[in-house]
Design a protein around this ligand. Structure first.
Ligand code: GLN
Length: 204
């Protein structure tokens, strides 16, 4: 059975376990180096990226997560996306892992009270899209991305869901709305969502 880890240092990790469970995928909380052994993927949840960044280093997890990401898929949501980025604009507190070739601007969608749900179309393959509600909570903006990174969905012309052929990063919180397509795409090998892959998806 596939088993996916959910980083449980801080933040909103509970609902990711539920989404995986509902998809019939096993899940396990990751708090230490040993927890990463034998997992098929990892989720870095939303929360507070400054705290998570500090805890990743105090628990000595940085290199293990990086090594893991070279072999297995990683899904990052909101603070998780910030941690997966290569560079963060105007910020020195968070030390990003550099798993995804993107630059982000923390809190660029505004403060907590400006949290909102936006409708977006997710192009999960070149010919098919699905409409979802994206919940943004002090969300990061993706300000630039490398050539291998593909946008699967945008808000006001800015990518909020990106894929690099292996990992997915989201500015929003799919788990809060019970949206399971990203977990399915990345971790469910029997999923049909990725049937045509992403070669021609520039339309997204
Ligand atoms: N603004 C938070 C940060 O910078 C992320 C918010 C979230 O994950 N909902 O870490």
């Amino acid at each position: 059975m596939i088993e996916v880890g959910v980083l449980e240092l801080q933040g909103n990790f509970e609902l990711h376990h539920k989404i995986l469970y509902d998809l019939g995928i096993g899940s396990k909380g990751v708090k230490s180096l040993d927890d990463l052994n034998c997992l098929d993927g990892l989720i870095i949840p939303g929360g507070e990226s400054t705290t998570m960044s500090l805890l990743i280093d105090s628990f000595n997890l940085r290199n293990s997560i990086l090594d893991f990401s070279k072999k297995k898929p990683v899904l990052g949501t909101c603070a998780g996306l910030i941690l997966m980025s290569k560079k963060i604009e105007n910020d020195v507190k968070v030390k990003p892992l550099g798993i995804l070739d993107i630059v982000v601007d923390r809190n660029a969608y505004g403060r907590q009270i400006m949290s909102e749900k936006k409708h977006i179309e997710i192009h999960h393959n070149p010919h098919v899209s699905v409409g979802i509600k994206a919940t943004l909570i002090r969300a990061p903006k993706i300000t630039s991305m490398g050539k291998k990174v593909i946008s699967m969905g945008k808000i006001d012309n800015t990518p909020v869901a990106v894929f690099d052929g292996k990992h997915i990063g989201l500015s929003f919180h799919p788990e809060l709305d019970g949206i399971s397509i990203f977990h399915e795409m990345l971790f469910d090998s029997s999923s049909k969502l990725f049937s045509n892959k992403f070669e021609n998806i520039n339309a997204a």
